[in-house]
Design a protein around this ligand. Sequence first.
Ligand SMILES: *Cc1c(COP(=O)(O)O)cnc(C)c1O
Length: 429
Amino acid sequence: MTLNTTKSQEIFAAAQNLMPGGVSSPVRAFKSVGGQPIVFDRVNGAYIWDVDGNKYIDYVGTWGPAICGHAHPEVISALQAALDKGTSFGAPCVLENVLAEMVIDAVPSIEMVRFVNSGTEACMAVLRLMRAFTGREKVIKFEGCYHGHADMFLVKAGSGVATLGLPDSPGVPKSATSGTLTAPYNDLEAVKALFDQNPDEIAGVILEPVVGNAGFIPPDAGFLEGLREITQENGALLVFDEVMTGFRIAYGGAQEKFGITPDLTTMGKVIGGGLPVGAYGGRRDIMSMIAPAGPVYQAGTLSGNPLAMTAGIKTLELLRKPGNFEYLEKITKKLSDGLLKIAQETGHQACGGSISAMFGLFFTAGPVHNYEDAKKSDTAKFGRFHRGMLERGIYLAPSQFEAGFTSLSHTEEDIEATLAAARDVMSNL
Ligand SMILES: *Cc1c(COP(=O)(O)O)cnc(C)c1O
């Protein structure tokens, strides 16, 4: 099968002279799957159209935000109305209160929230706050988890770092990461050992409560509970990075789904409904340390701007309607179960699963409990699978090490069409 992507190729060729690698974020490149990125023209509902006029069913959803479907008419008209009042105030606006209240109502552990412009910013700020509150400098993260591109998190990171096989990044000073300790995901013993080796020095543990940046890896039974106990015993903070899982694994995020209450939470993606928003929040006593209420400095010219707040508010209003998460769970499980069954019937070793609107498929027998397990996947096979699906009008994240996303716009028919394409591709892999 061939896909006519002449215009995409021309635009991307020009982009490569203008921007490093031709992209504004490395995960958009097709480095690990071969071929060239598709240049989009427009998005709507569950679909995207490229500049050559090809239509695809989209399972990237702009990397998470599009949980109500792309360009939802109610989000677009709310934005058009907001636009008439201006794009940025740089001063308080009531929309911040509205979204803050929605976040506090939705997410069990959050008593106060600060808005920023990206997940990266939220994670940077939360780390400073963890250190300030505890008076300790070290922090534990997990191999394959991604917490944005700030220096101190670029140690055994997931997402593009994993896809491109970059273990760490040049330009990150040793001093910035000397306090970053790492453990394999789902390994409580490793975490206990780090606490034993660094008594009274660890500010806290930060993790993706369901991993999406090393492919889709759910927490083993007892893992999140164990982390809650270990951190409490050691006077350290537990931080859920829910930039991906927030408002996706459940309306109240993974913490609602699993019933574990972290001290602090970071958010992004869905909370901005496709505009740049990040947030961090948690216990009132900790959040009260943020300037100007307290001494921990963190600021942002465009933070809480009315357009971004509007897209977030409208998206959450649409999302919280009854039945939505049941629907997301149902179609995503249908997709995930279908993919596994097809892989088995066509003779491919594969494992994977889904929770709510997040799913993953690894080309390895599994089970996958951590990044080491994920790395056993046949990435060359994934590349061929990705290409075959693309040619049949299915847009998947261009990496074995990224989770897939569904939305309220995906229909049963979309899922069936996707499975039919997968059967076709896997039969000839
Ligand atoms: C995407 C992501 C980030 C970074 O968010 P950006 O908005 O891309 O800066 C941080 N943590 C997790 C878990 C993410 O999925």
